[in-house]
Design a protein around this ligand. Structure first.
Ligand SMILES: O=C(O)[C@@H](O)[C@@H](O)[C@H](O)[C@H](O)CO
Ligand SMILES: [Mg+2]
Length: 402
């Protein structure tokens, strides 16, 4: 089965998505997501200039060899751009293989380990009361797990506070929005938020929180400790993880479960975190880390150390990544949870898919492949719109982590 063509489709049905479509001489095609939020065009160029020319004529069934060719052959390994381009090819090829065999993708991975995939939704509020209500709306909508982000008293416009009900989009401006950050205010406020959440909603619902890399390791340890009475499902990205050793300090001080990895590209970013059991959940997802071929290696390695998966699933990961991730989640033995931010109706229409939400779970369909397609005529009606992620500064103007 030869690859006869491949092209990149950029569309912006409410937000930008980069999609790779690979065609074969047997009429079967596959779709892969290559979206890198706020830096989309860099992956378009990588694919069009450096990847597509070497794909034409290759045997589409040789997924592993093509992965190794693109990874080792680039010489310049890793990085968000390279690994997203490889992911797009890899997912499209898995889609093709599964379609050609007439099987849903999870069957090729080893079959079902579960019926449905537990997901968590995003509740955002401008203050404590607002956030408690927002979490309530998710519980009413059937969610069993909810991430709670809140505006912090005394801080204007901090990241994580959504602007619409049930939707949230950080890439909101042509030039980066400037947000302000003060960790001491945040550390004082957050335990009061989770105390109120548990008081109002009880302990049955799983609650999660994202620190978005803004704390030092010591501050993260303090936060983890202060949240212990509220039984979090996880505390995510409490400190930047370029230095994996930082998590040793956090781990020594708190039993709050720790999650990290949405910005990781390969197993090398998480190796020490996993084998030293410094984290509980690895958040890397398919588009971030070179596709299914590499993500399942990360998951298998993590399973040796009791680390479970918690795939990134913000709206900048297209329905193609969500569909492929759900097949992965349906199979992976050490599954933890899946992030789920609903896409807009426009996005759902451009990417018809067969996964569905029911009572806090997502279910994959049995369509051969990963079950997500692209309506190219509709996609063409939404041209690319430059959008950037925000940046954060401390109150004195110092640039900070976001
Ligand atoms: O956990 C998450 O989903 C967030 O950290 C993301 O919303 C993240 O900010 C975006 O994916 C960045 O593109
Ligand atoms: Mg996050």
């Amino acid at each position: 089965m030869r690859i006869t063509g491949a092209r990149v489709i950029v569309t912006s049905p409410g937000r930008n998505f980069v999609t790779l479509k690979i065609e074969t001489d047997q009429g079967v095609y596959g779709i892969g997501d290559a979206t890198l939020n706020g830096r989309e065009k860099s992956v378009v160029a990588y694919l069009e200039d450096h990847v597509i020319p070497v794909l034409i004529g290759r045997d589409a069934r040789r997924i592993e060899d093509i992965w190794q060719y693109l990874y080792r052959g680039a010489y310049w390994r890793r990085g968000p751009v390279t690994m997203r381009a490889i992911a797009a090819v890899d997912v499209a090829l898995w889609d093709i293989k599964a379609k050609a065999l007439g099987a849903p993708l999870y069957d090729l991975l080893g079959g079902r380990s579960r019926d449905g995939v537990l997901v968590y939704g995003h509740a955002n509020g401008s203050d404590l009361e607002d956030t408690v209500e927002a979490v309530g709306r998710y519980i009413d909508a059937g969610y069993k797990a909810v991430r709670a982000q809140s505006g912090v008293p005394g801080i204007d416009l901090a990241y994580g506070v959504g602007r619409g009900d049930m939707y949230y989009e950080p890439a909101d401006a042509t030039l980066p929005t400037e947000t302000v950050w003060d960790t001491r205010k945040y550390l004082r406020y957050l335990p009061t938020l989770f105390e109120a959440l548990r008081k109002e909603h009880g302990f049955d619902v799983a609650l999660l929180h994202d620190g978005h890399h803004r704390m030092t390791p010591r501050e993260a340890a303090q936060l983890g400790k202060s949240l212990e009475p509220y039984d979090l499902f996880w505390l995510e990205d409490s400190t930047p993880a370029e230095n994996q050793e930082a998590f040793r300090l956090i781990r020594q001080h708190t039993t709050t479960p720790l999650a990290v990895g949405e910005v990781f590209n390969t197993i090398w970013d998480a190796k020490d975190l996993i084998q030293e059991q410094l984290i509980d959940y690895i958040r890397t997802t398919i588009v971030g880390a070179g596709g299914l071929t590499h993500l399942r290696r990360i998951a298998d390695f993590a399973s040796l150390w009791s680390v479970r998966t918690g795939c990134h699933g913000a709206t900048d990961l297209s329905p193609v990544t969500m569909g492929a991730a759900l097949h992965f989640d349906t199979w992976v033995p050490n599954f933890g949870i899946q992030e789920y931010m609903r896409h807009s109706e426009e996005t759902d229409a451009v990417f018809p898919h067969d996964y569905r939400f029911d009572k806090g779970m997502l279910y994959v369909g049995d369509t051969p492949g990963h079950g997500v397609d692209i309506d190219e005529a509709l996609a063409a009606k939404y041209p690319y719109e430059p959008r950037q992620l925000p940046v954060a500064r401390l109150e004195d103007g110092t640039m900070w982590n976001w």
